[in-house]
Design a binder for this molecule. Sequence first.
Ligand SMILES: Nc1ncnc2c1ncn2[C@@H]1O[C@H](COP(=O)(O)OP(=O)(O)OP(=O)(O)O)[C@@H](O)[C@H]1O
Length: 560
Amino acid sequence: MEERKKLFWKLSAFGKFDLKRFGKDAERLKLIQSKPAQQNETTTNNSTLSASVKTLPETAQVDDQKSTQKKKKKGKITASKKRALLEEEIRHLRNVHHIHIQGSDIPDPLKDFAELKTSYGIKDVILTNIESQGYTEPTGVQRQAIPIMIQGRDLMACAPTGCGKTAAFIIPILHHLKEPQNNGFRALVLAPTRELAKQIVREFRKLSKGLGLRSCYIEKESTAIKKSNQNFDILVSTPNRLVYLLQQNPPLLDVRNVEWLVVDESDKLFEAGTRGFRDQLGAIYKACSSSKLHRAMFSATFAQDVEEWCKLNLDNVVQVTIGAKNTAINTVEQKLLFTGDESGKLIAIRNLIREGISPPVLVFVQSKERAKHLYTELMYDNINIDVIHADRPQEQRDKVVKNFRLGHIWFLICTELMGRGIDFKGVNLVINYDFPTTAISYIHRIGRTGRAGRTGKAITFFTENDKPNLRSIANMIRQAGCPVPDYMIAIKKPGRKEKRRLANHVPERQQILTMDPRDYERLQRKRKFRHQKQKSLKKPRLGQSDADQSQTGNLKSTEK
Ligand SMILES: Nc1ncnc2c1ncn2[C@@H]1O[C@H](COP(=O)(O)OP(=O)(O)OP(=O)(O)O)[C@@H](O)[C@H]1O
C-alpha cells in the first residue's frame, strides 16, 4: 500500500493533480475518501474535495491551489464573457432603435423605464407619472438621452419629429432637481414660440405631479418678479421674452442659479438674423452663470454650424442621433401635388375637402397675410375652420390651440409659427398650401402628423414657381420611402449661395383672395368690431368696480 502511495505521489509531483480527472484513481488507491452517494455535483466540487484535500500531502495541496486558481481564472473569463454579452445586447438595443452616439464614456441606453429606478434611483412618483401618460416603453431618444443627462453630461440630441424629445429632457431634469428649494429657477428651457413654451410647461406639470416642483411660463412683466421669487424651480421661455425681462433695470428675472439649460429646437434658436435668436441666446448664456450649469440641445434637425458650436463650446459633449440626420419621418405618407398656378391651389384644396379628408387637418401657408386670406376664402365652405398667426392676440391664439386640441376646429390654417414642436394629438393630414422654403421647414411642418408611432398624411402643393426648391423636398420624400417622379430628383442642385438665398426669401405669390379688396377690408373691420364688442361684453363682471376694471386694463397694457 505504502509503495503504491509513493508511486502515485511521484507520478503526480511534476504534473497537475487534477482531482476531477484522477479522482477515481486516487479513490481506488484509497488516497482520498470516496464520494458519498447522491451528492449534488456542485456541493461535491466544493465541500467534499476541501475535506479530503486536508488528508493530502503538500504536493497535492500545491496542485490543488493551482486548480483553484484555474477555476478563478475560469470565473474571470465568465465575467468578461458576461460583459461581452452585455455589450452585444447594448449594441443590439442601439441598432434596433437606430441610436448613434459620439463622445466618450457614454452610459448604456435604457432597456426600460424600470431601469431608471434600479440603476439611477429615480423616484417612484416620476415612474408613476410616466406610466400614467401611457408611456410603456422609452423611445429611442429617451433610452439614450435620459441616462446621459442623469449623469450630468452636456448633450446634443437629434431625433425625428414626434418621438418624445420633450420627456427625454423633462425626466432627467425632474430627477436632478428632486424637490423644491428656495433657490429660484434651477432649470431653464428655451423654445422658439410661446405656444411651444406653454406646451412644455404642461408636460413638466404632468410628469412632476406629486414632486412639489413648480414650472412656469412668464406671460406678463408684472408676474416676473413674483414668479422669480416664489419658489418656481423651472422656467420655460422664448428667448425674446427672457432677454427682455433680463434687460430691465433692475432685471426682472434671476437665472444665476440655473443648473440645467435646455435649448429645444436648438437649430432654430441658433439661427442668426431677424428670424433667428442667436443674439438672445448669447445673452442668456451669459446670464446663466452658475458653475454647476449643464446644457442640452434638442431638435429634429441640426445644422452643421450648430453642431460645430456645440462640439467647441459644450463640456465633453455627447452627441446622440436617432436614425438618419435631417430626414422626414417615415410614418407619414407624403405626396406632391402640382396645382399649375396659385388659383389652382384653391381648387385643389376644395377638391380635397369634397373628396372627404378626415380631420384634424393643419394647413400651412407662408405668411400671416396669406393665412388671413385663405381663411376668408374657406370660411363659408361649411367646415369648422380657424386661423392662427402672430398678428392674432395671444388670448385668441390660446383659444384656437385649445379648440383645435379639443376637436372643435377641424381645419387650422397656420404659418411657420406652428411648424415646430407643437404636439396636436392625432393630426391626420398636413397640407403645405405654400411650398416650404427649406427641406428643414418641410421636415418640421409634416412632423405635426405621424407622431408617437401613429401614421399620417402630408400633401404638398407646388406650382411652376416652386421649382428651385422642388428637388430637395422631393429627395426628402423619396428618402422616407414615398414615390416621387425621377424628373424632380434630376433637377439641377442649387449652389450654396442660391440655397441660402432661397431659404431666406419667401417667393412672391399671386394673391389668394378672390374677393374685391374693398369688400375684404370691410369684412376685416366688421370682424374686429365684433371681436371688440365680445370682449367688452365679457369684461364687467358682477360686482367688479370701476377701479378693478381700470386695473385690469393696466395689467393688459403692460403685456409685451
Ligand atoms: N415613451 C413614450 N411612449 C409613447 N408616447 C410617448 C412617449 N414619449 C412621448 N410620447 C408622446 O409622443 C408625442 C410627441 O412627443 P414630443 O412632443 O416630445 O415630440 P418631439 O420629439 O419633441 O417632436 P418635435 O420634434 O415635433 O418637437 C407626445 O404626444 C408624447 O406624449
